[in-house]
Write a protein of this length. Structure first.
Length: 297
């Protein structure tokens, strides 16, 4: 089954006194590039998520975003940042001294005022045990990935239909090219004989053996049978890859380069209007197929 590298899924979950929203999306890529935006205060979460994602897919530029919030009514863990408290008290003392020097009377801040200052009281203490939350989030991951894989599989099924159709088009063009090459053979031989006749007229002392050798080389250079045979082999290989259950995107991408190589050689040897037209049509279909193959995992 062909799997696309394009996919998206979103979900929500709850557990261990928290709730979360997350989504995962991917586009095509040469390898597997994981980009995670997850809370860094949940110990070991990113490492665990990355490991699970690496097992779940082979290729693609994948982005996962996770937002975690504490349930309403749950007691928030807090920690007093003593360094920040000391800095704030020092700053308050300096402000009070400056106010007194300027003859300005200021009300004394209450403990609640000090605790409300940014950074003095930290939510989500580093001493909080986040293992239960990490476990709850990881337990929710398979559901998100199931939806994600379902979309990639649906995209892959559509891709497979398109690519198989393009392989059939290439096969049909190769068959037509073989017929055109056979039809060209007598015309090419007649053209060679005409060229030889023109050369024999004005040329005296011509080395017949050398002429025959050059004509043979020219005939070999115009022969496209080898290119057509290799294209037929590539068609069989492409069909086999499309039937493979394993990720085959890299192999298909390499095979498309070989398709293009043979099509270009066919065009360079064509020297025939019909065969040139077929070669150009081949290149067009191969280019279109290559674009689709870029999305195969």
């Amino acid at each position: 089954m062909t799997v696309s590298m394009t996919g998206f899924a979103a979900g929500r979950g709850a557990g261990a006194g928290h709730g979360w929203l997350w989504d995962i999306r991917s586009v095509n890529g040469k390898g597997l590039d994981l980009r995670l935006r997850v809370p860094d205060w949940v110990d070991g979460l990113e490492v665990a998520l990355r490991a699970d994602l690496q097992k779940a897919m082979a290729r693609g530029n994948v982005s996962l975003s996770l937002k975690v919030t504490r349930d309403e009514g749950a007691a928030p863990a807090a920690r007093l940042n003593r360094d920040m408290l000391s800095a704030m008290l020092t700053a308050l003392a300096e402000v009070e001294a400056a106010a007194m020097a300027a003859g300005v009377t200021m009300a004394q801040p209450t403990p609640a005022d000090v605790l409300s200052m940014r950074g003095v009281l930290e939510q989500g203490s580093v001493d909080e045990d986040t293992a239960p939350l990490r476990a709850a989030i990881l337990a929710d991951l398979p559901g998100l990935l199931a939806e994600f894989h379902a979309m990639r599989a649906a995209e892959g099924a559509a891709l497979q239909a398109v690519i198989l159709g393009q392989i059939d088009s290439i096969a049909a063009l190769v068959a037509v090219a073989k017929t055109a090459a056979e039809a060209r053979r007598p015309r090419a031989a007649a053209a060679l004989h005409e060229a030889l006749a023109r050369l024999r007229g004005p040329a005296e002392g011509m080395d017949e053996a050398r002429v025959a050798q050059e004509l043979a080389l020219l005939a070999v250079k115009q022969d496209v049978a080898e290119e057509l045979d290799r294209l037929a082999a590539h068609i069989a290989a492409a069909r086999a890859l499309m039937a493979d259950a394993a990720p085959v995107g890299r192999k298909l991408d390499f095979l498309m380069q070989e398709f293009l190589r043979e099509a270009n050689t066919l065009l360079s040897k064509a020297q025939d209007i019909e065969l040139t037209r077929i070669g150009l049509d081949l290149k067009t279909v191969i280019d279109q197929m290559r674009e689709q193959v870029q999305n195969v995992e």
